[in-house]
Design a protein around this ligand. Structure first.
Ligand code: PAF
Length: 283
């Protein structure tokens, strides 16, 4: 596996490969890799000649400095996991390489409501930071395809919109959420849960599954209330939002008219750790 920290070096290397007519699959990450990321790497390897993984804890997408400081950094272990999965290239730049002093990155895109509801409401500026870094990484790697997990459903919607708006020549591949055997969605943040919290965490997906079972049988507003009540039954879970929304616009649904489009979204705090998950209600 080739390892790069410099933008120009990885660009030069990939340029030569692209000139040979090879396809590039790209998995952008913030490290602390787990089976969810490895699933993306495996898929990319099946569908492309070269797979590139980036590891960069992007400071401008954190609206909470404590969250940024506590974000797990496990580069050596990540590198080993990528080696074992025969990833071809790892790009792990320092902050100063991505955001040199004095250089300001602005994205002149209006995301409509996509970056204002749910995560956008509770993490102001988050998606702007994601969009800036993803655009910058796409400019560097010039991938044929880029792979993102559906656990971050709203992020995926924002990135698809970004690609469409800027007509970026990359295909966005949405991949199913990878879960632990007990249903908990894999996330780098799970490592921050205490044992007691880890035992409670599968409740989040169980509630989503119960919501899916009830979907269409009672009005949307009642199902939302029911979902919130279910979360609140467990005192360790502090609900930030529970929403039923359209998978493209992400706007809250008022009825079941376009039910195949509907997804239930959840964000909760379990102790100090903020966890998100979602479920497509009619698929
Ligand atoms: O999903 C993530 O890990 C990050 O938001 C991403 C897409 C790598 C951008 O920093």
């Amino acid at each position: 596996m080739r390892q790069f920290t410099r933008i120009q070096e990885v660009k030069d290397y990939l340029k030569t490969e692209i000139q040979k007519g090879l396809t590039i699959g790209f998995v952008p990450t913030m490290g602390a890799l787990h089976e969810g990321h490895l699933g993306l790497i495996r898929r990319s390897k099946l569908e492309n000649d070269i797979t590139v993984c980036s590891i960069f804890v992007n400071p401008i997408q954190f609206n909470n400095q404590e969250d940024l400081a506590k974000y797990p950094r496990t580069f050596e272990q990540d590198r080993r996991m990528l080696e074992e999965h025969a990833c071809d290239v790892v790009f792990a730049p320092e902050k100063a390489e991505m955001y040199p002093d004095g250089e300001i990155y602005l994205l002149d895109i209006e995301f409509g409501m996509l970056d204002k509801v749910m995560e956008g409401k509770f993490r102001p500026g988050h998606f702007n930071g994601v969009a800036i870094v993803v655009k910058k990484l796409f400019d560097i790697v010039k991938p044929t395809r880029a792979y993102f997990g559906k656990k971050d459903f709203q992020q995926l919607a924002v990135i698809k919109y970004l690609v469409e708006k800027l007509e970026l020549p990359v295909e966005i591949i949405s991949c199913e959420t990878i879960r632990e055997p007990d249903g908990l969605a894999m996330s780098s943040r799970n490592t921050r849960l205490t044992n007691a919290e880890r035992n409670i965490a599968p409740k989040i997906y169980q509630i989503l599954c119960d919501v899916k079972e009830k979907a269409g049988t009672i009005p949307v507003s009642e199902l939302k209330e029911w979902g919130i009540k279910k979360i609140q039954e467990n005192p360790a879970l502090r609900v930030e939002y529970f929403e039923i929304g359209d998978k493209q616009s992400l706007l809250p649904a008022e009825n079941w008219k376009y039910k195949n489009q509907l997804v239930a979204f959840i964000a909760v705090f379990l102790g100090e750790v903020r966890l998100i998950d979602n479920i497509e209600l009619f698929s």
